[in-house]
Design a protein around this ligand. Structure first.
Ligand SMILES: Cc1cc2nc3c(=O)[nH]c(=O)nc-3n(C[C@H](O)[C@H](O)[C@H](O)COP(=O)(O)OP(=O)(O)OC[C@H]3O[C@@H](n4cnc5c(N)ncnc54)[C@H](O)[C@@H]3O)c2cc1C
Length: 350
């Protein structure tokens, strides 16, 4: 029988929450998973799977077993005149992978995902996205360990079966079921770039770069400048990025809210920036929060970031309960004012 080495771990997280795991394991090879997950199943122990902790709210004491996913490696599988395919370990840093792609002269939109914190393995969990691009566009398959089918071992799940959506996937919906070990990416070699997002266009103009000649590297620089200006650096102002998703409302519901708000002296929901998304209307969660009084409230242990109200900052000494209570109070204000429910983006563990 394999013996498993658990060790106590301080669990890293960008919200700066004190989190400790009694039974921690750093996973550097997929083969480590079978004995650990079998051990956990036999004893009905909970397992938390983490990358670098940039999209989670953690309790002081992690429940049972905590796996820190650190499988390394970027391998080129093959390449032709149109595409290059890679297999990347879940523990590679996302920014490291973006930089690697740019170094290979690749683009196609991955440059728009510059400076998103975290690991490659977490990227498909909420289908990370920014500046008009989502990672699902580049994913061919995700290598997973399916905890419901132990006997099947690891398997490559094609992207078409991952139910990718806006900050969503099958992995996010059933976190207890999936452990991601590797990802297969397919990137275009054409040098095509994506400048259609307003924030990028504006920044390129500020940099004095023509939209028609901008390279992937220049766009990555424009994205990095914009992000540094708007978002707090978690090392100085601990945070988990956007705390809420932009709400998606069925068109009928949106029209109903517009009709209800008109003429009653309430803030007009139609003034909130919105975009059609399939049959739904996507609303700006930042603008909804902006219209409540949260930015004006005196900052205590937890506060919203002045330049981006979607971001909740731990100003020092907060724990998971402080963060969630603060987030719930914001959700309540937005619901009372607009009738819109904000969904939390980071996973609450424990
Ligand atoms: C300043 C800042 C800016 C951000 N900007 C963006 C942005 O622009 N766009 C965006 O989409 N996100 C953004 N985020 C959120 C975050 O960077 C991403 O969600 C990132 O993918 C999380 O990576 P991680 O390794 O830290 O995951 P963690 O926080 O460790 O985990 C996140 C979730 O994924 C699960 N998970 C992690 N690894 C695995 C694995 N190998 N197998 C199975 N489950 C796993 C965890 O259980 C958890 O549910 C931002 C965060 C911060 C702090």
């Amino acid at each position: 029988m394999t013996t498993i080495q658990f060790s106590p771990l301080a669990v890293p997280n960008t919200l700066g929450l004190p989190a400790h795991a009694e039974q921690g394991v750093v996973i550097t090879q997929p083969e480590q998973l079978v004995p650990i997950l079998t051990y956990a199943d036999e004893r009905r122990l909970a397992v938390s799977v983490l990358g670098s902790g940039s999209n989670v709210v953690l309790p002081r004491k992690m429940p049972s077993i905590t796996l820190l996913m650190r499988i390394p490696g970027i391998q080129v599988i093959d390449s032709d005149s149109s595409y290059r395919r890679f297999e990347v370990g879940c523990g590679v840093s996302w920014q490291g992978f973006v930089r690697f792609c740019l170094g290979q002269g690749l683009g196609g939109g991955i440059e728009n995902l510059t400076l998103i914190p975290g690991t490659v393995g977490a990227a498909p969990i909420q289908n990370i996205g920014a500046y008009g691009v989502e990672v699902a566009e580049f994913i061919e398959a995700v290598e997973v360990f399916d905890r419901q089918q132990h006997s099947a071992g690891r398997l490559w799940k094609p992207a078409t079966e991952c139910a990718f959506g806006y900050r969503d996937s099958c992995f996010k919906r059933q976190p207890e079921r999936w452990v991601v070990t590797r990802i297969r990416f397919r990137l275009p070699t054409s040098g095509r770039v994506r400048t259609d997002y307003a924030g990028i266009t504006d920044e390129l103009l500020r940099m004095g770069v023509s939209l028609t000649t901008a390279s992937a590297t220049t766009i990555a620089e424009a994205v990095a400048r914009t992000r540094r200006r708007k978002l707090p650096d978690p090392r100085r102002h601990p945070n988990a990025g956007s705390f809420f998703k932009n709400p998606l409302l069925p068109k009928l519901q949106y029209d109903g809210l517009v009709a209800r708000s008109g003429g009653q002296g309430q803030s007009a929901i139609e003034q909130i920036p919105n975009w059609p998304q399939g049959p739904d209307i996507k609303l700006s969660a930042a603008a909804l929060i902006d219209q409540t009084s949260w930015k004006q409230r005196p900052a205590e242990r937890v506060a919203v970031w002045q330049r981006q109200p979607l971001v909740i900052v731990n100003r020092g000494g907060a724990d998971a309960a402080d963060i969630t209570q603060f987030a719930q109070a914001i959700q309540q204000s937005v619901e009372e004012k607009f009738g819109v429910v904000l969904e939390q983006e980071p996973q609450l563990l424990g």
